[in-house]
Design a protein around this ligand. Structure first.
Ligand SMILES: Cc1cc2nc3c(=O)[nH]c(=O)nc-3n(C[C@H](O)[C@H](O)[C@H](O)COP(=O)(O)OP(=O)(O)OC[C@H]3O[C@@H](n4cnc5c(N)ncnc54)[C@H](O)[C@@H]3O)c2cc1C
Length: 396
């Protein structure tokens, strides 16, 4: 039989907080606190409406940018908050746990600023990073195409050098924030050389020839304006080439490892949210005396979910700390993304089973987490592809 003391919320939570907080600096804890305050201000009804109505809350995105969250891990020079990736991970974890409706767009927004920092010209930095950090501009990342998902080398979008500008043609698909963004990091094959080489561009939504295509009504990750973006003889100024001709893969890959750590952090938030809901249900069942002979079995399952969540958390923080130490590891980032998204799927699935029929009711976070977690295993490189990357690193 379960020891009633072990279910005492304040004891458990106090210990968990003490254990975790000892590992963070006061600056990192300040960001976590900011995220908690921000999340608390959004009523559950609004969280669920962004999902059921599939509507992106740009107002919340801009409010988050005012709090410094839109460019948290970047230096102050262009409006960044001067924080680190571990702080950004803590924010994403909190946003995943509470299903803050802008979570994914914020992650992609930071993903888009990274290559401009690393490859952008002074003018590009001044224009795009300053506006991105203030929230005036929302960024989106255009890599995937209808015929090029995991195999990025298969992209068919083309760019032609016209002397004083480029012309882009093609379609990108499943673009987070696609219908709401102001600028897009776009990878296209530059025609004209011996071999078309993947090259990156910064495209603004009001450039001639740019349009929004089909919008998606997905199972999970709803409310993020996910859609196709279409380039029909889209005229892009020369000044909007990002990096050099043929550097597109380098530009894209430079930010994806960090993006995967962000997704890992969001996923441990989902796992924690599912675990919280499940713990609360079992605690109530015990305290109400509905603890039948099987509660010990349920407690075993609950304990296992906590083990899974904590193991993914440790790996995710490790990946974030490596970024902050200037030693970003593509392999550790891939491990963190794979483990954390698999754990989020596993924990939310089993938590739903343990909660029973209540967990299936719409308008509960656990139900949304369960659907969102599935997408986590797929985007920014499927978990199968991540495992192949890890194996390739071992075998090389
Ligand atoms: C919610 C959501 C948001 C997204 N946001 C963005 C975005 O903002 N920008 C963007 O560019 N893209 C975005 N994507 C697209 C995402 O990155 C792709 O879905 C992903 O890269 C996988 O591509 P695919 O869906 O075409 O699958 P495919 O590449 O067609 O793969 C299908 C299956 O085959 C497996 N597979 C493929 N190749 C291999 C191989 N060589 N070996 C073993 N298995 C393999 C895959 O693992 C998968 O299981 C988003 C997707 C989702 C679901």
């Amino acid at each position: 039989m379960i020891n009633k003391d072990a279910l005492d919320k304040s004891t458990l939570e106090k210990e968990a907080l003490q254990n975790q907080f000892g590992k963070f600096t006061s600056a990192q804890l300040k960001w976590l606190d900011k995220a908690k305050v921000f999340a608390k201000r959004i009523p559950l009804a609004e969280v669920m409406a962004s999902d059921s109505e599939n509507v992106f809350r740009k107002d919340l995105f801009q409010a988050a940018c005012k709090e410094g969250l839109g460019a948290l891990p970047f230096p102050a020079e262009y409006g960044g908050a001067g924080g680190d990736y571990l702080s950004f991970s803590l924010v994403n974890e909190e946003f995943g746990r509470t299903c803050v409706p802008i979570m994914s767009s914020l992650g992609v927004h930071v993903l888009c600023q990274e290559p401009i920092y690393r490859f952008g010209t002074a003018e590009q930095k001044q224009k795009y990073l300053t506006k991105a950090s203030s929230g005036e501009y929302l960024g989106a990342f255009g890599l995937t195409e209808p015929n090029a998902g995991s195999d990025t080398a298969a992209i068919e979008t083309t760019a032609k050098d016209m002397g004083d500008h480029y012309v882009l043609n093609g379609t990108k698909t499943f673009i987070t924030s696609g219908a709401s963004a102001d600028f897009y990091i776009v990878m296209a094959k530059l025609l004209g050389g011996e071999k078309a080489q993947i090259t990156s561009f910064i495209v603004e939504r009001d450039f001639p020839g740019f349009s929004i295509g089909q919008k998606f009504d997905m199972l999970g990750m709803r409310g993020y304006s996910t859609c196709e973006i279409v380039f029909d003889d889209c005229k892009v100024p020369k000044a909007n080439l990002l990096g050099a001709h043929g550097e597109g893969r380098k530009v894209a890959l430079s930010s994806l490892a960090k993006g995967r750590v962000t997704i890992a952090a969001q996923s441990i938030g989902w796992a924690q949210g599912a675990l919280d809901a499940c713990t609360e249900t079992l605690r109530r069942a015990y305290l109400d005396g509905h603890c039948g002979a099987d509660l010990n079995g349920q407690a075993l399952a609950l304990g296992n979910l906590a083990v899974l969540t904590e193991s993914a958390r440790v790996l995710t923080y490790q990946a974030a700390r490596l970024i902050d130490a200037g030693e970003t590891s593509v392999t550790i980032a891939a491990m963190a993304k794979t483990q954390a998204t698999d754990v989020a799927m596993q924990v939310s699935t089993q938590a739903m089973s343990l909660i029973g029929i209540e967990g299936l009711k719409p308008n509960l976070l656990i139900e949304r987490i369960f659907r969102d977690a599935k997408a986590g295993q797929i985007y920014e490189g499927t978990n199968q592809i991540q495992r192949m990357l890890i194996a390739r690193d071992l075998l090389k």
